[in-house]
Design a protein around this ligand. Structure first.
Ligand code: GDP
Length: 461
């Protein structure tokens, strides 16, 4: 292709902002995502809302239907919002793009009755570290005593300081959340009093149960994306695809496949791709690009249909040889007419960008993804717990061999996050008196280790 052709083919458009949902367990992340999908379906426009791999796209037309008087679609030139389907900060920190967070904006869900909990604080730390703009969904507002449910209505229109709907109970609980945000260094207020959503955090009362406040939530998300992220949203829609691996898994009939989000350019069914793997970049040829079929078709056909191309921002399942070593959270680059060595170097650099400082002495950390490794190491750094080895993958005997070289008794430990422990490794750890900590919640993992350290210190006194 000549340079001139390449130039005319370049097509700069605004991509769909990618939204993640975070918050403490049981505060309503899944329900909120379901409700947003549900509202979108109810808002009509059959076929407008599309289920993808790992993400749900809600187009602007549907958002403006849901938001009613709150959103004038002519005010926006972004195509809609792409919600990452797996909520929680584990998936959030796994989903990286060019060293930052894959999600452009986030919804932090806080149960209005339960307030801030350990995972809320963890989520806030991660959002701060990745500088991701977010709003707070004060969920389960329907359960506050005296609250008059007003289903599927915007709360702003029906609720203000003078309204009889703001019971003293509701006010008190919402202001507790605002207070917690301020304790964590944010200026926050009820969203309709916030002028600048990037400098201040807006709190939106919602109910995933009744749908109340969902219009407001979507409106604020659109406003936030439109005003502050427009430049970063510019993509070259026809260029070689750039994305992130969400998950590596077996798909019947296709072997090991990647669930991926493509956030720039296009991936085609005949492309060669470079993917981050445990042993370094993997170069492989796409065998098929897959999309879920609508439910009614699955009965008679395979669960997935093959497509020729997928453009940003969108989710896709990629089938290709040699993907066994690929890591969730690693980058994907389409080679197409790009220089092979350059692309490989790019992927290598992104893989090495993970900020884990290891030292001569310390504990061993094993995790399922680069992102979670990074999140755990930052939590350990806050507690001044040194790390000797930090790696993605199952706990193997060699990890125990490393852990047993620690001089400090408290450092003879392996913290395993969402990974398997090989039988040999477990046996060896017991034999060599290396303590194993396993969990899939970061704060619980670190808490377990902290308790162990306290016990050792007390026994030494
Ligand atoms: P997650 O762990 O954060 O994904 O939380 P879930 O979405 O699984 O919700 C936890 C529980 O809270 C479930 O029993 C939900 O039905 C309930 N729940 C979620 N949102 C609301 C809400 O707005 N109002 C009420 N009353 N219950 C809710």
């Amino acid at each position: 292709m000549s340079d001139q052709e390449a130039t005319t083919e370049t097509e700069h458009t605004l991509r769909t902002p990618i939204v993640a949902v975070l918050g403490h367990v049981d505060h309503g992340k899944t329900s909120l995502l379901d409700r947003i999908r549900g509202s979108a379906v109810t808002a009509g426009e059959s076929g407008a809302i599309t289920q993808h791999i790992g993400a749900t796209a809600v187009p602007l037309s549907v958002i403006s239907d849901i938001a009613g008087e709150l959103v004038d679609p002519t005010d926006f030139d972004l195509p809609g919002l792409l919600f990452i389907d797996t909520p929680g900060h584990h998936s959030f920190s796994t989903l990286r793009s060019r060293g930052g967070a894959l999600a452009d904006i986030a919804i932090l869900v806080v149960d209005v009755n339960d307030g801030f909990q350990p995972q809320t604080l963890e989520a806030i730390d991660i959002l701060k570290r990745t500088q991701t703009p977010f709003i707070v969904a004060a969920n389960k507002i329907d359960t506050v005593p005296g609250w008059n449910p007003n289903e599927n209505q915007p709360v702003q229109v029906t609720m203000d300081a003078q309204s009889d709907r703001v019971t003293s109970d509701a006010n008190e609980k919402l202001y507790e959340i605002i207070g917690e945000l301020s304790d964590n260094g944010f200026s926050a207020d009820m969203y309709w009093r916030v002028q600048n959503f990037q400098a201040n955090i807006g709190v939106v009362p919602v109910s995933a149960e009744t749908g109340e406040g969902i219009p407001d939530l979507l409106t604020v998300m659109m406003g936030l994306s439109q005003r502050y992220m427009k430049e970063e949203m510019e993509i070259d829609a026809s260029g070689p695809g750039v994305g992130t691996v969400l998950e590596v898994k077996d798909t019947q009939g296709f072997g090991t496949t990647l669930d991926a989000i493509i956030y720039d350019g296009t991936i085609r069914a005949d492309d060669t791709i470079v993917v981050g793997g445990l042993q370094g970049p993997i170069v492989t040829d796409v065998r098929a690009l897959l999309r879920p079929r609508p439910l009614e078709e699955i009965r008679t056909e395979q669960e997935f249909e093959q497509v020729d191309a997928v453009a940003a921002a969108d989710g896709v399942k990629i089938a290709a040889p040699d993907l066994d070593d690929a890591i969730a959270g690693a980058p994907i680059r389409v080679l197409r007419d790009r220089d092979r060595a350059e692309v490989i170097a790019e992927v290598e650099e992104e893989l090495s960008e993970i900020e884990v400082t290891t030292q001569e002495e310390g504990v061993v950390v094993k995790a399922d993804t680069l992102g979670s490794l990074e999140a755990i190491s930052s939590t350990l750094a806050e507690e001044e717990i040194p790390i000797m080895r930090a790696e993605v993958g199952a706990v193997a005997p060699r990890d125990v061999r490393v852990a047993e070289t620690a001089n400090e008794p408290t450092h003879r430990a392996i913290l395993a996050f969402s990974v398997d422990v090989l039988d040999d490794a477990r046996r060896l750890a017991e034999q060599e008196d290396v303590k194993l900590f396993e969990d899939d919640v970061i704060y619980q993992l670190v808490e377990g280790y902290d308790d162990h350290v306290t016990a050792i210190e007390e026994s030494q006194q």
